[in-house]
Design a protein around this ligand. Structure first.
Ligand SMILES: Nc1nc2c(c(=O)[nH]1)N[C@H]1C(S)=C(S)[C@@H](COP(=O)(O)OP(=O)(O)OC[C@H]3O[C@@H](n4cnc5c(=O)[nH]c(N)nc54)[C@H](O)[C@@H]3O)O[C@H]1N2
Ligand SMILES: Nc1nc2c(c(=O)[nH]1)N[C@H]1C(S)=C(S)[C@@H](COP(=O)(O)OP(=O)(O)OC[C@H]3O[C@@H](n4cnc5c(=O)[nH]c(N)nc54)[C@H](O)[C@@H]3O)O[C@H]1N2
Ligand SMILES: [Mo]
Length: 684
């Protein structure tokens, strides 16, 4: 492997790749990347043959399922699942068929509020609308930093250029963020907003729309407008200004601009989700686009027409969404989409059950996840993981989480597998399709993720999910994930008729196919029974009282937010030298006034504490921070013993999730609160 470059002839990326893409070469060559199954014996590890490893894992998991019930085996799926064809297909065959209520994933650290809003407003949790960035004339970014993240629930290669293009065609980009981010620095306007207060801001904007008669009723039928009007009336701009820190006149201007610009969109992302009122905020982001006539319209918030359409599959599997159909055993947290929020995992492991209906977790299967660093309460989770009877991880690294596994099953290098982006194409700002063949053949003694999952599925004797279809392992093994893509393409919106899209056709277009701009999809695509957009689902109206109570007094005190960096990818790419070189990035950003009040000096060391512990890290003083807010990135903290990540361990940083309160969740959705938690900062 010599180098990785973008493909200039790709109609979507036009040759753009991000630094993490370049680092694929490092991943491929990384001597720390595992290639064979490992068995832990005390604190040392021994290599196993694949069959031996599969047999052992199946025997232990089935033993625990037989003795304590299916719920005694928990599963956790991490973020890379979304980028991995094998895990999105065969991985789900294994993980969704374990039949356990103890299913967890990074969704509850990320997009759960958007999924809940999509489910309750549009009828399906995977019907997530994306901003039509290439045709909009006003983009209001709320809690998103696409310059670092490259966009999220908005697949848009070279998003920087796309944002610049908005301004070049005379449009505007406005960013609301507690930090003047890289995105904000290049925008027409940046406004500080106090963390965790977006719901109040959005309600006030909606109030302006109603009082100034700026509501536009779109093509699509809606319900709940009166309820929304009444809810917003409780939050006039003057009240919201005291809570959010955004001036009342600015709130009015934002609402007017959104309402009067024909092609405009309000895009809310991670910052609005992972906060105390993330459920309300995500709902209101969609609602405000609907009320201003920008939902499902060019330049607004639109629905995609993916070549491989997940909606029919989700319908067949019965996973279009669900919420609160059951609750977690220990603290009664709500189920969503047949999962429980990650904040329930440690307590479900540690709290004894009654041995019958109330089952304690005894074993855990993690797949492409590193919750010890990515979920609040790292130390608590570490204690819980150490107490399990058995743990298995499908993961290429011996890292902060997988070191607790009894067996690690590492997938082959990402460059040895084909790629078709089942998930991210459904969130792309143009309809596109591309198939990438493997660059190298996988070595004979390595296994792909899908092969690992298929082998475990067979040995565990799990059911196949599609009703009436029970394919044998031999058939499934012969098919492989590519056959599933082919089937999805042929039965998808571009597959019909002669010359329709198929995998073979895609393979003949190695640079990928542009299938055109986003087109209006509603009401046909809605999955609500009445084919209307539900502007005010009851669960949100019921949560408004909590918002009211929380902000009876304007918020005060120092709070913490997160931060993403172009050369990090959550917790797991710090073992690439080219990504970690340069000055340390796991630093505390703090406003000059807050720094001087605490005697902090640039480059000095700060101690940041909560009642869950303290971490120490270098200080960077900057007026880019909102006063009263500090910022620490997540995904660092590689100094833990027993980890095999030699480059990452040389620049370990500290894990902010070690001090975040794991019990703090958005009480409506169950999402962990990663932003806006109170902290104390002092000189170390
Ligand atoms: N380089 C890189 N790219 C990534 C990732 C990575 O780790 N590194 N991670 C990927 C993943 S998993 C995801 S989910 C996406 C996320 O992509 P984005 O949604 O763009 O998320 P962030 O970059 O974290 O930006 C969130 C912004 O919200 C702001 N914020 C914090 N709290 C609040 C608040 O209460 N209100 C408002 N309005 N703003 C707030 C933060 O200051 C931050 O600028 O990025 C993906 N892309
Ligand atoms: N404080 C704070 N915490 C956060 C966030 C934040 O903004 N602030 N962001 C949250 C967000 S948005 C997310 S999505 C989560 C992510 O949370 P997680 O998904 O739990 O964490 P990652 O760091 O993405 O870890 C990915 C794991 O997958 C493994 N892996 C990588 N590629 C593959 C593969 O192809 N196959 C397999 N089998 N394994 C693979 C890696 O080795 C690593 O162990 O973190 C969340 N945590
Ligand atoms: Mo994420």
């Amino acid at each position: 492997m010599v180098s990785v470059r973008g493909d200039d002839a790709d109609p979507f990326s036009k040759g753009y790749i991000c630094p993490k893409g370049t680092a694929l070469a490092d991943l491929h060559a990384d001597p720390d990347r595992l290639t064979r199954p490992l068995l832990r014996e005390g604190t040392s590890w021994k290599e196993l043959g694949w069959d031996e490893a599969f047999d052992l894992v199946a025997r232990r998991l089935n033993g625990i399922r037989a003795a304590y019930g299916k719920d005694a085996v928990a599963v956790y799926q991490g973020n890379p699942v979304a980028h991995n064809l094998g895990l999105l297909t065969y991985g789900q065959l294994l993980l969704r068929n374990m039949g356990t209520r103890n299913a967890y994933s990074s969704f509850s650290l990320d997009s759960l509020p958007h999924m809940l809003a999509a489910f309750t407003m549009f009828g399906s949790q995977i019907l997530l609308p994306v901003p039509d960035i290439d045709r909009t004339d006003l983009m209001i970014c709320l809690g998103a930093n696409p310059h670092a993240s490259n966009g999220s629930i908005m697949t848009a290669p070279d998003v920087k250029a796309r944002l610049q293009a908005i301004r070049a065609r005379g449009g505007k980009v406005i960013v609301l963020d507690p930090r003047r981010t890289e995105t904000a620095a290049k925008a027409d306007r940046h406004l500080f907003v106090r963390p965790g207060t977006d719901a109040a801001l959005l309600l006030a904007m909606i109030d302006v729309l109603f009082t100034e008669q700026l509501v536009t009723r779109g093509r699509v039928g809606t319900t709940g407008e009166d309820d929304l009007r009444a809810a917003a009336a409780a939050w006039p701009p003057e009240r919201a200004a005291k809570v959010t820190g955004v001036a009342a006149d600015d709130i009015r201007e934002l609402a007017r601009a959104l309402a009067t610009t024909p092609r405009a969109v309000l895009y809310g992302r991670l910052g609005v989700c992972v906060q105390e009122f993330g459920g309300l905020a995500a709902w209101l982001c969609y609602a405000i686009n609907a009320l201003t006539g920008h939902l499902d319209e060019p330049g607004g918030l639109m629905f995609t027409t993916p070549a491989a359409d997940p909606i029919p599959l989700a319908r067949a599997l019965g996973i279009e969404g669900s919420f609160g159909q059951w609750h977690s055993r220990v603290s009664g947290k709500p189920e969503f989409g047949r999962e429980l929020p990650i904040s329930a995992l440690a307590e479900e492991i540690e709290t004894p059950g009654d041995g019958e209906s109330k089952v304690q977790i005894r074993a855990l299967l993690t797949c492409a996840g590193n919750p010890v660093l990515s979920a609040p309460g790292g130390p608590r989770l570490e204690r819980a993981l150490a107490s399990l009877d058995f743990m298995v991880s499908i993961d290429p690294y011996l890292n902060e989480t997988t070191r607790f596994a009894n067996v690690i099953l590492p997938p082959a290098s990402p460059l040895t597998r084909p790629h078709f982006d089942l998930a991210l194409n459904t969130l792309a700002v143009r309809n596109v399709a591309k198939y990438s063949p493997p660059t190298f053949e996988r070595a004979a003694d390595t296994r792909h993720d899908w092969e690992i999952c298929l082998a475990l599925w067979t040995r565990l004797g799990l059911p196949g999910k599609l009703p009436g279809i029970r394919l044998a392992e031999r058939t499934l093994a012969k098919l492989g994930p590519e056959a599933i893509v082919d089937l999805a393409l042929r039965t998808g919106p571009y597959g019909v008729g002669r010359g329709g899209l198929s995998l073979a056709k895609l393979k003949r277009a190695p640079h990928g196919l542009d299938l055109g701009p986003l087109t209006p999809r509603l009401p046909a695509r809605l999955r609500t029974p009445d084919k209307k957009v539900h502007l005010a689902p009851a669960l949100y109206l019921a949560d408004l009282a909590r918002l009211d109570r929380a902000f009876a007094q304007p918020p005060s005190g120092l709070v913490m937010i997160g931060r993403r960096d172009l050369r990090s990818n959550n917790s797991w790419m710090h073992n690439s030298q080219r990504l970690v070189k340069g000055p340390p990035r796991c630093t505390l950003l703090i406003h000059p006034d807050d720094a001087s009040a605490r005697g902090l000096a640039e480059g000095g060391t700060a101690k940041v504490s909560t009642r869950h512990g303290a971490i120490e890290l270098p200080v960077e003083i900057t007026a880019d921070m909102m006063p009263g807010v500090v910022s620490i990135p997540h995904g660092w903290g590689h100094a833990r013993p027993g980890v095999k990540l030699r480059v990452a361990q040389s620049v370990p940083g500290v894990s902010v999730n070690d001090i975040l309160d794991p019990a703090r969740i958005d009480e409506l959705s169950g999402t962990s609160v990663l932003t806006g938690q109170p902290v104390e900062v002092s000189r170390a």
